[in-house]
Write a protein that binds this ligand. Structure first.
Ligand code: B12
Ligand code: SF4
Length: 527
């Protein structure tokens, strides 16, 4: 057990995902500043769905925090607006157990501080690493926190709104997200583990090498995190960690995670390929020191032949690009994206020429879509060289982003459809055909888009279905067909991948044996 010089004890909660890099990083900061920090992960993403905590899980979390950890401060990371109600409930139930001080931070706190401050004593409205230790020291010494920068402070019923002090410009000075096993708790699928969640279930791992995004998509919160309001800095530019620092984090992960050798590394940067020299240096080091497949997002406007070749050389098998709509009008006018049809065509051609798979994110259920947008989108997808994969996401109206304001102002949505109230991410984070509120024509076109990228579905057939007025009213037959085609492709791809990895020698029985051995040694059940 580590000894901490300070008396103040903290329970830091992550809601709905065990990655939570921001909260893990703060956990490292809190411990580094000498505070005993217990990190509680309440529910997780299961089979790609985000799930609210069950009643049992909520009760267990309250009991754990209120009766076992008994912190002086409850700190909650509201890293997704969908979990706002969960954070409210957990805070009030923990207060009933006698916990007096509550602090929140995270994405939703940045986007909706007025809504959040009602439920807390302290609200972090900017990045936390520099300012959290200041708050903790004030609480440790029983001093007023009223002037701690970057926090909204509620003391004696008065709220003081302190501006952000600026950001940490050199990201290399920050500690890595914390994956230590000590004082970690995981409540998920109605089970409780006193363990670091990554030691409970086999997981992919996320790493962030930069902060910031130069684009301004209207449905995304990321641009807001660069503003002076959130950062305290005018015209803040992208901040990038050094290659050496990222590689050190990967070695730290390799040391902490028993099955690291079998994990894909997901680089979760808003846009990973921003600085070309950095990418060159990174790939060289990565290739020399790691064998893990890796994944990152590409922006179509940043796809270059030399970069794709580099990534192919280090095992990137497919590229994930956000295109978001096949209609250029929706892309540029409604989403304010900079990728024209021409730029996307060029990006896809480069990737195809390099024989790498393409996965394209597309947003559906957009009330701004007209019939001519749908037809244009279908023709665009049909015109692209096959095969490629389309990944569908249902438009969620998160609070504080431009498209939500616009849709509200134009009467296209009601206030109940804003995410804190709607909680759509709980049932449509990944697209499901079963959503009852979807318009039939939207279901039909999503089914047709799905077909349009598949080699074995004739294009004339997809066009023929799109002309059917009957299917626009009742799209079920087209949906069933799309599901069957998806299943065929899934089975074909799975068998191909396993066989290719096995025969290329990349998938060795020894790797599995190594992981199982390490898990057994650590007493961890394999799932
Ligand atoms: C990596 C990532 C993921 C990863 C890991 C999740 C995570 N939170 O780390 C995965 C894949 C799991 C994921 C899942 C989802 N994500 Co996501 N994700 C991101 C991404 C790209 C980076 C987050 C990050 O690590 N930032 C860097 C860290 C350092 O910043 P931070 O989290 O804000 O934390 C800092 C401060 O907020 C503060 N802080 C944070 N917590 C606390 C707590 C306290 C007590 C204090 C004092 C301070 C504090 O200090 C931290 C350090 O400076 C963001 C986009 C972005 N640019 O932020 C989207 C983003 C957060 N995701 C988003 C969404 C919608 C989702 C999903 C619903 C999936 C989907 N349909 O898109 C799920 C929800 C999962 C969940 N339960 O939270 C939205 C959230 C919008 C909103 N209003 O809620 C974002 C903003 C992207 C967007 N489209 O706008 N995501
Ligand atoms: S490029 Fe991605 S992260 Fe950047 S604003 Fe657009 S959607 Fe958000």
């Amino acid at each position: 057990m580590t000894d901490y010089p300070n008396k103040l004890r903290i329970a830091l909660v992550s809601l709905g995902n065990t990655h939570n890099l921001g909260a893990r990083q703060l956990c490292a900061v809190m411990k580094g500043a000498g505070f005993e920090t217990h990190m509680v992960f309440l529910s997780d993403i299961i089979q790609n769905d985000i799930i609210p905590p069950s009643e049992w899980e909520m009760d267990r979390a309250v009991e754990l925090i209120g009766d076992e950890i008994k912190p002086d401060l409850l700190a909650i990371s509201v890293s997704c607006s969908t979990f706002f109600d969960t954070a409210v409930k957990l805070s009030s139930r923990c207060r009933e157990k006698g916990i007096e001080k509550v602090v929140w931070g995270g994405i939703h706190a940045l986007l909706c501080p007025d809504e959040c401050i009602e439920h807390v004593d302290y609200l972090c409205v900017t990045e936390g690493e520099e300012i959290v230790p200041i708050l903790l020291n004030r609480l440790e010494n029983n001093e007023s926190a009223a002037d701690v920068p970057g926090f909204w402070i509620k003391e004696n019923g008065n709220v003081t709104k302190n501006r952000p002090p600026g950001v940490v410009h050199d990201l290399d000075t920050l500690p890595f997200p914390d994956y230590e096993d000590e004082n970690k708790y995981f409540i998920c699928e109605n089970k409780f583990y006193k363990k670091e969640p990554f030691l409970v279930r086999v997981h992919s791992v996320f790493v962030i090498t930069s902060r910031g995004c130069p684009f301004h998509c209207t449905y995304c919160a990321a641009p807001y995190f660069m503003t002076e309001e959130v950062t305290g800095v005018k015209h803040l530019k992208l901040r990038q960690r050094s290659v050496g620092n990222v590689i050190r984090e990967l070695h730290y992960l390799a040391d902490k995670l028993p099955n690291f050798r079998n994990l894909t590394i997901n680089f979760a940067d808003d846009v990973f390929v921003m600085k070309i020299d950095w990418v060159h240096e990174f790939v060289k080091r990565y290739q020399a020191e790691f064998k893990n497949p890796f994944w990152c997002y590409f922006h179509p406007t940043l796809v270059r032949d030399d970069i794709i070749k580099l990534f192919k050389g280090v095992g990137m098998r497919y590229i994930n690009m956000g295109v978001q709509s096949g209609s250029e009008r929706i892309r540029t006018d409604v989403y304010r994206r900079t990728d024209t049809d021409k730029k996307i065509r060029k990006a896809m051609d480069i990737i195809h020429a390099n024989k790498i798979g393409i996965m394209i994110d597309v947003i559906v259920d957009n009330p701004f879509d007209t019939q001519s947008d749908r037809d244009a989108a279908l023709e665009f997808f049909l015109s692209r060289p096959r095969p490629y994969t389309l990944n569908f996401l249902s438009l969620i109206f998160f609070p504080g982003v431009e498209i939500t304001q616009k849709a509200l102002a134009e009467g296209r949505i009601t206030k109940d459809q804003i995410e804190t109230i709607d909680k759509k991410a709980f049932y449509q984070m990944n697209f499901h055909f079963g959503w009852k509120d979807r318009k039939p024509v939207e279901s039909l076109y999503t089914a047709l888009y799905q077909m349009s990228s598949k080699m074995f579905v004739p294009k004339w057939f997809v066009r023929m279905l799109s002309g059917s007025q009957g299917l626009r009213k009742n799209p079920k037959p087209a949906i069933r067909l799309a599901i069957i085609f998806n299943a065929i492709l899934f089975l074909w791809n799975r068998s191909k991948i396993v066989l290719r990895r096995f025969f290329s020698g990349e998938l060795k029985l020894g790797d599995f044996a190594h992981s199982i051995k390490k898990y057994r040694e650590a007493g961890i059940p394999m799932e």
